[in-house]
Design a binder for this molecule. Structure first.
Ligand SMILES: [Zn+2]
Length: 71
């Protein structure tokens, strides 16, 4: 039986207007969404973004948390 695979239309990030992204630590705003250099961290089901400077500062904490959950 051949059946065409149905393709559900998923709302991609490209079709949605990007709200301004705010650094969760220092409050720096990026009106065009989070730049690729920013770090996204999901905490308690909420996405939080950190700018480059804050991502570096939080890198150890974020990685440490991920590592600890993997152990
Ligand atoms: Zn920041």
């Amino acid at each position: 039986m051949d059946q065409p695979t149905p393709r559900p239309t998923e709302p991609g990030p490209k079709t949605q207007p990007r709200p301004a992204t705010v650094c969760a630590r220092c409050g720096t705003q990026s009106p065009d969404g989070a730049p690729p250099t920013w770090t996204c961290s999901v905490e308690n089901g909420t996405r939080q973004y950190f700018c480059v400077a804050c991502a570096r500062a939080n890198l150890r904490a974020i990685e440490g948390r991920l590592d600890s959950s993997w152990w």
